[in-house]
Design a protein around this ligand. Structure first.
Ligand SMILES: [Fe+2]
Length: 187
């Protein structure tokens, strides 16, 4: 159940990365992207993953390290990767804020910085899905999951849960619309 939740959160993150990438392509063409959407996505990344998703993964990883240190070592240093991700996000937020503040920044530089965040997030998620989650499922004992569940932060995702926060309403509508457009494009 915990791994399912983490996987579902990865799918949600991928959806957001795809929306962000689409806006970046508009920016690259020299057009004006939807900065509200971009800023809200960054805002979401600044809050949710670091407060809920990564701490939960860190809890699973801590148990995993106790049960099977060798397998955990193969997965690598998750905490460090999460820190690096937060750093890449900070750079992306600064670049976008710079553009919004009218500062002189090369389009190419903004593109490189934001793309760097998107690409690394995707790779990180892929690694966790492929290496970390299956290995943790194998190594952890039932009591580990019970313990993790008991420390689980009960707060709901402010964007993807049924109790989404008001500030994310517009982004939700935007995601729904782009999903419908993508769906229509397939027919
Ligand atoms: Fe993750």
């Amino acid at each position: 159940m915990i791994i399912e939740r983490l996987c579902q959160e990865h799918r949600n993150i991928e959806t957001l990365l795809a929306v962000l990438e689409r806006e970046l392509e508009i920016f690259d063409r020299g057009d004006r992207p939807d900065y509200d959407v971009i800023r809200t996505i960054i805002n979401y990344f600044e809050v949710y993953p670091d407060l809920y998703h990564h701490p939960l993964e860190d809890l699973v990883f801590a148990k995993f390290k106790i049960r099977d240190p060798a397998a955990a070592a193969k997965v690598g240093n998750l905490t460090l990767e999460h820190q690096k991700g937060a750093e890449r996000l900070r750079r992306a937020a600064q670049a976008v804020d710079g553009v919004l503040a009218g500062r002189e920044i090369l389009r190419q530089d903004v593109d490189t910085i934001v793309r760097d965040f998107i690409e690394h997030e995707r790779r990180h998620i892929m690694m966790e899905d492929r290496d970390f989650f299956p290995a943790a499922l194998k190594a952890l004992e039932p009591q580990d999951w019970t313990e993790i569940a008991s420390t689980l932060i009960s707060r709901k995702d402010p964007l993807f849960s049924e109790v989404a926060e008001k500030r994310f309403y517009a982004l939700r509508a935007h995601i729904l619309q782009s999903e419908q457009e993508a769906e229509a494009g397939r027919h």
